[in-house]
Design a protein around this ligand. Structure first.
Ligand SMILES: Cc1ncc(COP(=O)(O)O)c(C=O)c1O
Length: 486
């Protein structure tokens, strides 16, 4: 997709006013007066102000990395060359140079809460060209990854005692973020495409009908992982995305679109990615979280969040008093690679030719291996079309002791047998939204299985070698056979 021309962008609506959605914390965050001095440092200004350490005391004289070569050009001959010329050396300039990214001394210095300009501009342009937001006043700000971004968004919108909607199987770290903040969650049913719009609408339409809800205000925030969902691997169709957004408009909700697996879509139809919720939002009610964790490396600890400008300002104020900005080393090397070296075109090609292709191959390999070695009447899965995960359902109703023993007892037994046979998957209960008993140590994974409906194991094709995936499938198939015959 190419970015909307400037004239078309100016015809777009402005974001609605969502100030009423701010939490006490969000509403009271203010720009740091200290940071407000930084933009005044231009031209002939001599600063005896901010406490910036002197760069001569930085022991770093250069920052270089050997990176995958993605030379900008087009055509068949180039594609071949790009594949063979697989490594390039990039070096961040130590001193400022015209038309270059920030110097190393600048990236390693204190900065604003937005992230360095060149990298932020790159991310903004990437969002503009990929998602083409449908309102004028959106913006992008850097984060230290989606974990950091999510906890800040919760701070922006939720007070202790509030509840938010989540998918019925969800990313455990999200729940672990909410719990200590006293923010509750309400599970919304899922199907093979993730959260259902009908389930969400039903909950909202009937809100207040149960005694517990009688004194509770209607939740106004939804957290979802629309692409290659963690843990189910589900990806929302375009229709589903539109339906979810329609519910959000009808019930005036904010959507948190946590989308780390967006670029791990295996089948990119017509060369374009699945439309994001952000791309369909004309109101400014979607907060989109992107991260370089799955596309470059998790240790970079750099991501970017897109949202209406009012919210973006408050996220900047939050950054200013927490991380300040992502690590200067990470930002400097990412900017040199993405801005000066690959460009938008090279990064997009890296995503499609390297990241997507690798995970497609891996996903197909593990799926084929599992299908070859597991009796599908005993354990099965829906083929994921994105992400890193396969959500394996165990058909406990086929077990000889199904009627006499609790599901959780059987699942714990199966998990124990998997460990005995040296194959590890994540127990399905770890992604459950149901409350865990307080008196049991949930870290004692060999002795606990919560949630009678969690008859699942999560497998990933992201990390193991192809040989290991084959071996693990053989071991798991054998374990399943033993378990169901006992
Ligand atoms: C749904 C989801 N959100 C966020 C993250 C973490 O992202 P980051 O490394 O950017 O903090 C993960 C990683 O597993 C994830 O699955």
């Amino acid at each position: 997709m190419s970015p909307a021309p400037a004239s078309a962008a100016s015809q777009l609506p402005m974001a609605k006013d969502f100030s009423g959605f701010l939490s006490l914390e969000g509403a009271t965050r203010k720009k740091s007066p200290l940071k407000s001095l930084l933009p005044l440092m231009r031209g002939d200004m001599i600063s005896l102000g901010g406490g910036l350490p002197h760069p001569s005391t930085f022991p770093f004289h250069s920052l270089s990395a050997q990176i995958t070569g993605m030379r900008p050009a087009a055509g068949e001959a180039h594609q071949q060359k790009a594949k063979t010329a697989s490594s390039d050396l990039v070096t961040v300039p130590l001193a400022p140079q015209p038309d270059k990214i920030e110097s190393l001394t600048a990236s390693l210095q204190y900065g604003t809460g937005t992230g360095i300009k060149s990298l932020r501009d790159f991310c903004r342009e990437h969002v503009r060209s990929t998602h083409q937001p449908q309102y004028q006043d959106w913006d992008v700000i850097l984060s230290a990854g989606n974990t950091d971004a999510f906890s800040k968004v919760i701070g922006l919108l939720c007070n202790r005692g509030d509840k938010i909607f989540v998918e019925e199987w969800t990313y455990p770290t999200a729940l672990e973020t909410l719990d200590p903040l006293g923010v509750g969650h309400i599970a919304v049913e899922m199907d093979g495409e993730g959260m259902t719009a009908t389930g969400l609408r039903r909950l909202l339409d009937n809100w207040g009908s149960t005694p517990e809800q009688a004194n509770e205000s209607k939740p106004r925030v939804v957290y979802l992982i629309p692409t290659g969902q963690n843990p189910t691997g589900a990806t929302m169709s375009v229709r589903r995305r539109m339906d979810i957004l329609a519910v959000a408009q009808d019930h005036d909700l904010i959507l948190i679109e946590d989308d780390p697996y967006y670029y791990l879509q295996f089948h990119v139809e017509g060369g374009s990615w699945m439309p994001s919720l952000l791309s369909m939002d004309t109101d400014g009610r979607v907060i989109r979280l992107d991260t370089f964790s799955k596309t470059l490396a998790p240790g970079c600890r750099v991501g970017y969040m897109s949202m209406n400008a009012r919210f973006c300002d408050i996220m900047q104020y939050h950054n200013e008093v927490t991380i300040q900005q992502p690590s200067g080393f990470s930002q400097a090397i990412l900017a040199e690679m993405l801005v000066s070296h690959w460009g938008q075109e090279g990064y997009t090609r890296y995503l499609t030719e390297n990241v997507r292709t690798e995970y497609l191959k891996r996903s197909q390999y593990l799926q084929t291996a599992l299908k070859s070695y597991i009796n599908s009447k005993l354990a099965s899965f829906i083929e994921p079309s994105a992400g890193m995960f396969i959500w394996i359902k165990i058909h406990l109703d086929q077990h000889p002791r199904y009627k006499t023993v609790k599901d959780s007892v059987l699942m714990l037994e199966l998990f124990g047998k998997c460990i005995e046979n040296n194959v590890l998957m994540v127990p399905g209960w770890q992604f459950s939204c149901k409350p865990k008993p307080q008196d049991v140590d949930a870290a004692d994974v060999l002795n606990c299985w919560f949630d009678e409906d969690a008859n699942y194991l999560r497998a990933t094709f992201a990390y193991a070698s192809f040989e290991q995936m084959e071996q693990a499938s053989i071991r798991f198939g054998r374990t399943v056979d033993q378990f169901f015959s006992a």
